[in-house]
Design a protein around this ligand. Structure first.
Ligand SMILES: CC(C)(COP(=O)(O)OP(=O)(O)OC[C@H]1O[C@@H](n2cnc3c(N)ncnc32)[C@H](O)[C@@H]1OP(=O)(O)O)[C@@H](O)C(=O)NCCC(=O)NCCS
Length: 369
C-alpha cells in the first residue's frame, strides 16, 4: 500500500546497531541489508561472505570510535543506515582530530526520496553535539548521493578517483626498465623491500617519515587534521593477516635513513585476484628522477612473483594529483569510479535537520482530517 511521505517518516525510527551486543536475529537482518545495499549501489562488485563481514565489523579499532545507526520502518525492516567514526580520545594527536567526524551511509532503493536519510541525519547531529564535533566529512559516488549532499548544504571539497588496471595488459619490459632506472646506483640510494609483513620494530620507526610523505599528498579544500600513520592502526590488520592470511608489501628507496621513495600494497585471500596499491610517494627533494616509477614497477613485479593469480590492481588517487595519475595512466590504470568528499558544519546541519523536522510535522498536520 502506498504510504504518504509523512506517514512513512512517522513510522521510521533510528536504532543503534551495536555489533558487540546485537542479537543473532539482528545480525541476520543487518547482514542481509548490507548485501542488498552493495548489490544495489555497487553492482558487479565481489562480496565478502557474511562470516567475513561479521568478522571485520567485530575487529577492534584502536584509533577510531565507530557508531552505526539503522533506519527501521513500521514493518521492522532495516531500510537505511548511517555510520560515523571519529578519533578516540587519548590517541596520538587527538586534539587536531577533535572537531572532525566522518560519516557514510545509504538508503535501500525502494525507500529513497521519502526522507529516510534526512531522518538519519538527526542521529548524526545528536552524535556531533554529544561529542563536540563541528565538521562532518561525507563521501558520495552516485548521482543521488551528490544531489542529497548538495541539498543538505554540504560543500564538495575534494574529488578522488578509484583507478583499476588489468595485469594482463602490463608491459613487463617497460616495468623492468622503470625499475632499473629508479634503482640505478647513480642515485646513491639503497633499496629496502618487505614481502608479506614489515617487522613491527621497523614499521614503528617508519611511522613518522611515512606520515610526512602521506601528509604531502593533495587533498584540495578539505578541512582536516594532519594525515598520519599510527602503529596502533597496523596492529589489528597484522593480527588478522596472521590468523587468516594476507600480505603487506613495502618497497623503499633510502638515502641513509631518509625515505626518498615509498610504495606499499596489500593482498587478501578473500579477494585473491586483486591487489590494493596503497601509498606511493617521493620526498620533494627526490622528485623528477623516475623514483616513483621505479618503486611502482618493483611492487608490481613482487606481487606477480608472490601471487601469480593476481589479475587486477586497485588504487585511489586525488583527481588533482596529475603526476600520480600520469604514471598510473602509462601503466594502464583507468578510472573505475569517482568519489566526491563533502563537508558540512554543525550549524548548517542543524539548520537542515530543523527545517526537515518542521516540514514533516506540517505535512503530518495537513494529513489529519
Ligand atoms: C543519498 C541517499 C542516502 C539519500 O537517501 P534518501 O532517503 O532518498 O534522502 P532524503 O529522502 O532524505 O532526501 C533529502 C533531500 O535530498 C535531495 N535528494 C535526495 N536524493 C535525490 C535525488 N536522487 N535527486 C535529486 N535530489 C535528491 C532532495 O532535495 C531531498 O529532498 P526532497 O525529496 O524533499 O526533494 C540515497 O540516495 C542513497 O542511499 N544513495 C546511495 C548511497 C550514497 O550515495 N551514499 C552517500 C551519500 S550520504
Amino acid at each position: 500500500m502506498f504510504e504518504t511521505r509523512a506517514a512513512h517518516l512517522r513510522h521510521t525510527v533510528t536504532n543503534v546497531f551495536d555489533p558487540q551486543h546485537a542479537s543473532e536475529a539482528d545480525w541476520e537482518r543487518v547482514l542481509a541489508y548490507w548485501r542488498q545495499r552493495i548489490a544495489e549501489d555497487q553492482p558487479g562488485e565481489p562480496m565478502l561472505s557474511d562470516a567475513d563481514t561479521r568478522h571485520n565489523v567485530l575487529q577492534p579499532s584502536p584509533l577510531y570510535d565507530m557508531h552505526r545507526m539503522l533506519a527501521v520502518n513500521a514493518q521492522g525492516e532495516f531500510i537505511g543506515s548511517l555510520n560515523a567514526s571519529f578519533r578516540r580520545e587519548g590517541t596520538p594527536d587527538h586534539a587536531a582530530f577533535a572537531p572532525f567526524i566522518d560519516a557514510w551511509g545509504g538508503v535501500l532503493q525502494a525507500h529513497r526520496r521519502r526522507g529516510v536519510a534526512s531522518t538519519l541525519l538527526q542521529g548524526l547531529l545528536a552524535l556531533m553535539e554529544a561529542h563536540g564535533k563541528s565538521v562532518a566529512t561525507i563521501g558520495a559516488h552516485l548521482p543521488e548521493g551528490h544531489a542529497f549532499l548538495q541539498a543538505i548544504g554540504a560543500v564538495e571539497k575534494h574529488r578522488t578517483v578509484e583507478n583499476r588496471m588489468a595485469f594482463a595488459g602490463l608491459d613487463w619490459p617497460m616495468l623492468a626498465r622503470w625499475r632499473s632506472e629508479g634503482f640505478a646506483p647513480a642515485h646513491g640510494l639503497h633499496a629496502e623491500v618487505h614481502v608479506g609483513r614489515v617487522p613491527l620494530e621497523r614499521l614503528a620507526a617508519l611511522m613518522a617519515p611515512l606520515s610526512v610523505l602521506l601528509n604531502d599528498a593533495p587533498t584540495t579544500q578539505l578541512e582536516r587534521p594532519p594525515m598520519r600513520f599510527d602503529l596502533e592502526g597496523f596492529g589489528p590488520w597484522y593480527a588478522d593477516m596472521d590468523q587468516r592470511g594476507g600480505d603487506h608489501f613495502l618497497v623503499l628507496l633510502l638515502n641513509g635513513a631518509e625515505v626518498a621513495a615509498v610504495c606499499d600494497a596489500s593482498w587478501s585471500p578473500r579477494f585473491p585476484d586483486r591487489m590494493h596499491q596503497r601509498l606511493t610517494a617521493v620526498a620533494r627533494g627526490w622528485r623528477g628522477k623516475g623514483l616513483a616509477k621505479g618503486v611502482k614497477a618493483a611492487m608490481l613485479q613482487l606481487v606477480r612473483e608472490r601471487h601469480p593469480q593476481v589479475a587486477l590492481a586497485v588504487t585511489h588517487n586525488a583527481e588533482v594529483n596529475a603526476p600520480m595519475l600520469a604514471i598510473n595512466r602509462r601503466l594502464g590504470f583507468a578510472p573505475h569510479r569517482h568519489d566526491g568528499q563533502y563537508q558540512i558544519g554543525i550549524e548548517s546541519l542543524r539548520a537542515f535537520v530543523s527545517t526537515r523536522t518542521l516540514a514533516s510535522q506540517q505535512e503530518t498536520q495537513e494529513e489529519r482530517p
